[in-house]
Structures are given as C-alpha cells and as structure tokens.
Design a protein around this ligand. Structure first.
Ligand code: CP
Ligand code: NVA
Length: 344
C-alpha cells in the first residue's frame, strides 16, 4: 500500500522528578547550565534553533510570572512558538472536558506545558495527550521549579568551592553530581507542592531534607515513602518535625514558600494563625543553629509573613533572584529534551 507510514509512539512526559533517576535529573541541570551560557554569553548567530516550526501549547489555569515567562522565552530561544492559553481563552472547564481538550490540543501542537489545580488533571492530560506534557505546577508537584533549585545550589557551591571571583561564570564547567551530595536543606513552612517536589528529588541526589511543618500541614504519605526510600539508598537523611529550630539545625540551605498556595485563599485567616512562629528570620536561624554560611531560597512569589525582608533581601545569603532566573534555563533544558531529543 502506498502512503505515509504513521508511527504511534507513546509520548514522554515530565510530570514529577519522582519519575526520573538522579543521573537523569543532574544531567538535565548540567544541560541547563550550558543553556545559560548560550543564552547569556554566546553570540546569537552561533546558537542552534532546533524547534523551528514547532509549537508548545501553554495551558495555564492559574496565574504565573516566572514559569510563563521562562516557557515562552525558552520556546523563542529554541526557535519554536509558545501559544499561551489561559482559562479565559479556551473552552476547557466551561464548554469542554479536560479529556476532549487534551486530545484536541495535542493533535495540533508538539508539546503541552500545563499549570493545573488537582494533580489528577495533569495525569489525565498526560494519559490523553499524543504529545509530551510538562507539569508547570499542580497542587501536588512543581518539577521544573526544583530543577532550578538544584541548579542554583550547584552554582553557589561551585563558586564557593573554587573561589570563583565576581564577574566570572564557570558553573557550567562542573557537573552538579560533584557539588550537591552531602548538603542539608531545612524546609520551614507548609507541606505543599514545593516541599513535596523537593522530597522526591533531593534525597535521591544525596541531599538531606529536614522539614518543619505545623501540625496538620504535612505531606502526602506516598511522597514521604519515596523520600525515605531514596534517602536509604544514597545515605541522605529525611526527617519531619513541627519545630522550625529542629529542622534548621546544621542546615546549609533554608527554604520556605507561601503559607497560602493558589486555591487556598479561603483558608488564609486560619493558616496565618497556624503558621505562627514559622517566619524565617535571622533570629530563628540563629536559634536553630544553621551552618555559619547558610543560604536562603524561595520559589517566589513571596509574602513577608513567611520570611522577613532582612533574610529575603540579604545580598550574601539570599539566592532567590538567581533561583528565579534559573527557571528559564531549566525549562529550556526540559523542553529541548522532550521536543527536540525525544526524551529526558
Ligand atoms: N515559582 C513559580 O512557579 O512562579 P510563578 O507562579 O510566577 O510561575
Ligand atoms: N505553593 C505555591 C507555589 C507557587 C509557585 C502555589 O502552589 O501557589
């Protein structure tokens, strides 16, 4: 029979870092470092644009600054097109189901980046889509954020360990598998999507996590089980407490996030009461006994209740704006892996 042979291949997705090995994640971070050098320090005419003619649907049902800008600018960098589809723009949720939307959208584009409410929504999208789906945040996980966190921690320790002077960028010359194992992260805050993604990514990379969450604000049991199993294999430790000082003890990196995630606005009053004592301040960090050279991270957007200005804007300690910028190069690496190379 003459005609075109059509190959029905199952697409690869990026739904959570729990689905990948440490080597795969750290290689993605390594590729992100190379993309940073290309995007910032390489003449435009020397850069390859492998996604010419390709479209990524950016299907967001919640607000976004960083993830949206990182995604749209990454597609432009790779030579493709990002098509932003907010909840006011398409039929989804009003006139059309997620299942039908997934089948229709994926029939016309090469990939989907989706920010959803329930994690079941991103799973449905991935199941029904004929093209790769990237999770741009669900209530359970935020995988692209945590790649940027790994990249930022790598950059910090690369510079510190090698006495890299200001004005020089050389983090791309070292693989993050050499800088990350052995570090200890303290989480002080909600048991939310950011902590859950940290728990399924960091211990397998050899990074210990001590999490302090108020009673009733802990993580899903399946996430805790993954973290404990990973930690057992790498020798990292994973501990949970309701005392912020206990989590901070001997930590290298202190991380928090909003106490009121998108979709939880009605619980705000109760949460502000329940999280009393959890604001990250220099006093809390000193009482907890972090390592002398501790650094601070936050995925942003930030509210002053979870971290005060003194810590958040500290030029030596806070790497939050570098972390935000790194969202771009890590998202470039994920899109390149799935839409150009074909897999992570
Ligand atoms: N950190 C993060 O995902 O930020 P946005 O919600 O602005 O995308
Ligand atoms: N936990 C936050 C993260 C935002 C990037 C939220 O889900 O709103």
């Amino acid at each position: 029979m003459t005609g075109i042979h059509i190959e029905a291949k199952k697409p690869n997705h990026f739904i959570t870092t729990a689905d990948f090995t440490a080597e795969q994640l750290l290689d993605l971070v390594y590729n992100s470092l190379q993309f940073k050098v290309q995007a910032k320090y390489t003449p435009s005419e020397e850069i390859k644009r492998p996604l010419a003619g390709k479209t990524l649907a950016v299907l967001f049902s919640k607000r976004s600054t960083r993830t949206r800008i990182a995604t749209e600018s990454s597609m432009a960098f790779l030579g493709g097109h990002a098509m932003f589809l907010g909840s006011q723009d398409i039929q989804l949720g009003v006139n059309e189901s997620l299942l039908d939307t997934a089948r229709v959208v994926s029939s016309m584009v090469h990939g989907i980046m989706a920010r959803v409410k329930g994690h079941d929504e991103i799973e449905t999208l991935a199941k029904e889509s004929s093209v790769p789906v990237i999770n741009a945040l669900s209530d359970k996980y935020h995988p692209t954020q945590i790649l940027a966190d790994l990249m930022t921690i790598h950059e910090y320790y690369h510079n510190k360990n090698n006495n890299v002077p200001e004005g020089i960028y050389s983090a791309h010359t070292q693989h993050p598998r050499e800088t990350l194992p052995g570090k200890k992260v303290a989480w002080v805050g909600d048991g939310n999507n950011i902590l859950q993604e940290i728990l399924v990514a960091f211990p397998k990379c050899g990074i210990s996590v001590a999490a302090a969450c108020p009673p009733g604000y802990t993580c899903d049991q399946d996430v805790i089980d993954i973290a404990l199993a990973d930690a057992k294999k790498t020798g990292a430790s994973v501990t949970f407490t309701t005392q912020p000082e206990e989590a901070i003890k001997d930590s290298d990196i202190i991380i928090t996030d909003t106490w009121v995630s998108m979709g939880q606005e009605e619980e705000k009053k109760k949460r502000l009461i329940d999280f009393k004592g959890y604001q990250v301040t220099k006093d809390l960090i000193a009482r907890g006994g972090a390592k002398p050279d501790w650094i601070f991270m936050h995925c942003l957007p930030r509210k002053p209740e979870e971290v005060d200005d003194e810590v958040f804007y500290d030029k030596e300690r806070s790497v939050v704006f570098q972390e935000a910028e790194n969202r771009k190069y890590t998202i470039t690496a994920v899109i390149d892996a799935l839409l150009n190379k074909g897999s992570i």
